[in-house]
Structures are given as structure tokens and as C-alpha cells.
Design a protein around this ligand. Structure first.
Ligand SMILES: N[C@@H](CCC(=O)N[C@@H](CS)C(=O)NCC(=O)O)C(=O)O
Length: 256
């Protein structure tokens, strides 16, 4: 008989998944069966995966410690589920209702504003082959505004939300996207523009869990960049070849 791990974790090495890598480490959850869902190949659209998440997105977790096993979709909901199950990183409603609300406010801000706007900036500014200046400007301006808000928030406190004595799930959520700045393709000179955010990044990265997410992200990003560069070179070569063929055809037509 095969025994199930306490959790199944469906992920792709990307911003929303990194939040949950941090969370599993911080909550001390070791019994995790990881399933890599290659979203580039479209594995999020298989009927098997859609049974878990009808919205076809990772991350997803399945809690096998309860009967029947319980599926949780959406990174924010996963963080809240784990925080409530293990009684950590989210203040108690009866003891600290304001601090708890504060964590929900910043968690909501992260999943509704910080993540989606930076996602659009990544797409239009980096991944998309066609460069649309109006779209790039819109999301670049919005990303810079968002980081200004975050930097101001961190100017007089150590952590994103809560009573400021320790991290909360809001820090885990922000880190998933925040570490993306370090790759340097979103906001130029971010480290001098947002010194308080930089200080926060250095602080949370003293924790092994955040360090682990960064190591994973850095390794994955390196591979992704290499692939993008190789694809770009191939495309340029093909374009060059096509231009040469066109030139040859024109010459032949002129000679005929
Ligand atoms: N609101 C969702 C967003 C999840 C999401 O966008 N995940 C991306 C990877 S980071 C994904 O699965 N993309 C696949 C697709 O868009 O088809 C969450 O916070 O979990």
C-alpha cells in the first residue's frame, strides 16, 4: 500500500508558486508530493488538472491529512488555509483583530494589485515579441507607483503587515513577486529607487525559506533567459535566411 504525502503541491517555478515554497518551509511542512505542471506546454489545461482547478492556474495544494482530502486553489487562499490550519503567521481574530485585518488588507493588495500589474508588465515589457509602447508605459508606470506604495509602507516598519514582530503570510505573498525585481527586467535601478523595499528583501532573505525560493527562482530564471536568448538568435537567423532568399529570387527575376 502506498501512503500519501500530507500534501500534494501542483506548481510551476514562477511567482505565485514561489510563495507556496516559502510557506511550506515556514510552516515546517515536510511531507509534500510535488507535481510540476509545465504551463509553457499547456499542462494546466488537461482534464485531469481542470478537475483540481477549473481556472487552469497553479499553484494548487491538496491537503491529504483530512478526510476526504481537501483541494485549495489560489495562492492567497492557500496561504490563509495553511496559516489557519497551523495557527501561525496570521494574527488571531479574538486577540488581534486589527492586525489580522491588516494582514488581509495587504494580502488582498498583493493578489489583486501587485501581482497582476507586474504580471502585465512582464508580459508586455519582456516576454511579448511585439513591443507595444502604450502597453509597456501603462504597466511600467503602474509598477513604479505600486513599488512607491510598498516602499513608503516599509519606511517605518520591518514587515509588510500585522503587529510587526515577525513575518506574516503577506510577506510570503509579496516575496513571490518581489524577488522578480532582482532579475532586473522590470524596474531599472529598483534598489536605489526603493531602499526600504530593498532592506525588507535583505531582511526576509536571512530566513532559509525565502533563500530557498530565491535559489529555485534564480536557477529557473537562468534557464528561461538562456532559452529566450537561444530562440531570439534562431529567429534572427531565420529572418536573415529569408531576406537572403528574397534577394536571390529578385536577382534571378531581374536576370531572367
Ligand atoms: N490568482 C492566481 C494566479 C495564478 C497564476 O496566474 N498562475 C500562473 C503561474 S504564476 C499560471 O498558472 N499561469 C498559467 C496560465 O495563465 O495559463 C493565484 O494567485 O494563485
Amino acid at each position: 500500500m502506498t501512503t500519501k504525502a500530507d500534501f500534494d503541491f501542483y506548481y510551476f517555478s514562477s511567482t505565485n508558486g514561489w510563495k507556496i515554497f516559502v510557506a511550506f518551509e515556514e510552516f515546517g511542512i515536510k511531507s509534500v508530493n510535488k507535481h510540476y505542471i509545465d504551463i509553457v506546454k499547456g499542462e494546466q489545461f488537461t482534464s485531469e488538472f481542470i478537475k483540481l482547478n477549473p481556472n487552469s492556474k497553479v499553484p494548487v495544494i491538496v491537503d491529504n491529512t483530512v478526510e476526504p482530502p481537501f483541494v485549495v486553489i489560489e495562492s492567497g487562499a492557500i496561504l490563509v488555509y495553511l496559516a489557519e490550519k497551523y495557527g501561525k503567521f496570521l494574527p488571531d481574530q479574538k486577540i488581534q483583530p486589527r492586525e489580522r485585518s491588516d494582514v488581509f488588507q495587504w494580502l488582498s493588495w498583493q493578489i489583486s494589485t501587485h501581482g497582476p500589474m507586474l504580471g502585465q508588465l512582464s508580459f508586455f515589457g519582456f516576454y511579448c515579441d511585439v513591443k507595444m509602447p502604450i502597453a509597456i508605459k501603462r504597466y511600467q508606470d503602474e509598477a513604479e507607483r505600486i513599488y512607491k506604495v510598498l516602499d513608503a509602507r516599509l519606511s517605518n516598519r520591518k514587515y509588510i503587515a500585522g503587529d510587526d514582530t515577525d513575518i506574516t503570510i503577506a510577506d510570503m505573498a509579496v516575496y513571490g513577486w518581489g524577488l522578480y525585481l532582482k532579475f532586473g527586467h522590470q524596474i531599472k535601478d529598483w534598489d536605489t529607487k526603493y531602499p526600504h523595499f530593498k532592506k525588507w528583501l535583505e531582511l526576509v532573505e536571512t530566513r532559509p525559506s525565502f533563500q530557498l525560493a530565491w535559489d529555485l527562482a534564480a536557477e529557473d530564471m537562468k534557464k528561461r533567459m538562456e532559452k529566450i536568448e537561444a530562440d531570439q538568435k534562431l529567429k534572427e537567423k531565420q529572418q536573415q535566411l529569408e531576406q537572403e532568399q528574397q534577394k536571390q529570387q529578385q536577382q534571378q527575376q531581374q536576370q531572367a
